[in-house]
Design a protein around this ligand. Structure first.
Ligand SMILES: [Cu+2]
Ligand SMILES: [Zn+2]
Length: 202
């Protein structure tokens, strides 16, 4: 549909509507502009609402399973918002304390130790850091901290992680580590072994 407001604001279209009684040459010119709007414009698609894009998801998740010899499992959800990506995690079966929590570059948890997920997701080739650092891997989410029962929750609105474009984490993997990410040691944060792994769903 042609937006009535755009018709009123468009000088060519106004010419078409307010056709002056003038020479045949002008009439012909105005007729051309009428034809342009009648025939060409409806096919340009400018006035159509953008189609929903299946490659532009608004929400996804990863279900984390324990690596061999470990008991940690849980779910991480990613919700794209106007102001960033809301990341929420719930884990069980951890040892008490902080555990390195990252997005790794390969969506592959097939090896028993989680190493098939590769290194931290780092599309911009920067140094490792904490989630609030200006210089960090896209995948650097800091630590998830478990209570005495081994349960952990994490919630963060992250402005670097995205569900589309170059920083898209869709199809990558979430890893929880045995130890704390010190947010400093390169390139891993020295967080130790990988105790849980889950692929971020497409
Ligand atoms: Cu990691
Ligand atoms: Zn990192």
């Amino acid at each position: 549909m042609i937006n009535p407001v755009s018709i009123l604001e468009d000088p060519l279209q106004n010419d078409c509507i307010n056709q002056p009684e003038d020479t045949a040459m002008f009439r012909s010119k105005f007729l051309m502009s009428c034809l342009f709007y009648a025939v060409i414009m409806p096919n340009t698609g400018y006035s159509e609402a953008p189609a929903a894009d299946a490659a532009d998801p608004k929400k996804t998740q990863a279900r984390l399973a324990p690596t061999i010899g470990n008991t940690a499992s849980g779910t991480v959800t990613f919700t794209q918002q106007a102001d960033g990506t809301l990341i929420k995690a719930e884990m069980t079966g951890l040892t008490q304390g902080p555990h390195g929590f990252h997005i790794h570059e390969k969506g592959d948890c097939s090896s028993g130790d989680g190493k098939s997920a590769g290194g931290h997701f780092n599309p911009n080739a920067t140094a490792h850091g904490g989630p609030d650092d200006r210089i960090r891997h896209v995948g650097d989410l800091g630590n998830i901290k478990a209570d005495a029962s081994g349960n952990a929750r994490y919630e963060r609105l992250d402005t670097v992680v995205s569900l589309h474009g170059a920083n898209s984490i869709v199809g990558k993997a979430v890893i929880v580590h045995a130890g704390r990410d010190d947010l400093t040691t390169q390139p891993t944060g020295a967080a130790g072994a990988r105790v849980a792994c889950g692929v971020i769903e497409q």
